[in-house]
Write a protein that binds this ligand. Structure first.
Ligand code: G1P
Length: 308
């Protein structure tokens, strides 16, 4: 069966980005000039997904507005004759067939995936966590759909992580099948380095068979008192094969301030319009000792104070 639908989970609080996320969804924070969530919607569309279901929560209205038409803005741009910008704005609302469902209580990722069960129905589907931004020649989700098409079972995106970092990921116990492809023998959500069966961490892209809903309905709260998707997958693999795929591409953890910054910088240096100037600027500040720059900043601050 073709993978037609994707769930994007966007119901989290965004506590790591407070106060920026106090009154706006973290999924709307811009990487350069595009909100995080648009990157993953574009990845889904480029992978052949026909319908996207975004799981939201209270305070996430800006996401819906972003993918909706804005007639006032379009009229204003038309009046100004700014055809290029008009085209960009219109393209966003034509990107995909998107529907929204609210997760009324934040009971965990497993619960978030279970929320649109009836909208998915009895077919395999994709799950995307927008915290993980992946840059690649072939979209990451497309690579995974290709693996699904060959093996016809659930596929988890994985990446090697530092052994000190295993506590931040669902970790896979793998059995090698072929280059980049593993059968999953077990998964553990955020294990201690001592308990981790490998250093292959799950990244926020999944292809899941609809049987995941049956197991999630019976999955009790796990790590952090939340219903974990990883625990559901652990139950699923007792019933049917689950595979893991080491995708090709670079992943940024845009859910943390440092990862977000790295993604912003790398996206900026690759952008044709500003890339060159930005690279030159970065090279110049990297050559200068931090202390000197702080000195410059302090001098400026003192001058401003004197002036006022
Ligand atoms: C979630 C999952 C975890 C996975 C990670 C990927 O954790 O629970 O298994 O490895 O996403 O980004 P979170 O980062 O939401 O804590």
């Amino acid at each position: 069966m073709k993978i037609r639908k994707a769930i994007i989970t966007a119901a989290g609080w965004g506590t790591r980005f407070l106060p920026a996320t106090k009154a706006q969804p973290k999924e709307m924070l811009p990487l350069l000039d595009k909100p995080i969530i648009q990157y993953v919607v574009e990845e889904a569309v480029a992978s052949g997904i026909e319908q996207i279901i975004i799981v939201t929560a209270g305070g996430k209205r800006a996401i819906e507005d972003h993918f909706d038409r804005s007639f006032e803005l379009e009229a204003a741009l038309e009046k100004k004759g700014d055809k290029a910008l008009l085209e960009i704005i219109r393209r966003i609302s034509d990107l995909a067939d998107i529907c929204y469902i609210r997760q009324k209580e934040q009971l965990g990722l497993g619960h978030a995936v279970l929320t649109p069960k009836d909208l998915i129905g009895d077919e395999p589907f994709a799950v995307i966590l927008p915290d993980d931004i992946i840059e690649s020649t072939t979209p990451c989700l497309k690579q995974m759909i290709d693996v699904y098409d060959r093996f016809r079972c659930s596929v988890l995106a994985i990446e090697r992580v530092e052994s000190t970092e295993v506590e931040k990921y669902g970790i896979v116990e793998p059995r090698a099948i072929e280059e980049r492809v593993y059968q999953v023998l077990n998964v553990i959500e955020k294990p201690s380095p001592q308990r981790a069966p490998s250093n292959l961490g799950i990244v926020g892209r999944y292809i899941l068979t609809p049987q995941i809903f049956e197991v999630l309905e019976e999955t009790p709260p796990g790590k952090g008192g939340e219903i974990q998707l990883t625990d559901g997958i652990q139950r699923l693999l007792r019933r049917q094969a689950v595979y893991a795929y080491e995708f090709e591409g670079i992943r940024y953890d845009a859910g943390t301030p440092l990862g977000f910054l790295k993604a912003s910088v790398e996206i900026a240096i690759r952008r044709p319009d500003i890339g060159e100037g930005f690279r030159r600027y970065l090279a110049s500040i990297c050559q200068e000792p931090v202390q000197n720059r702080l000195g410059v900043l302090q001098e400026t601050a003192t001058a401003v104070k004197k002036d006022s």
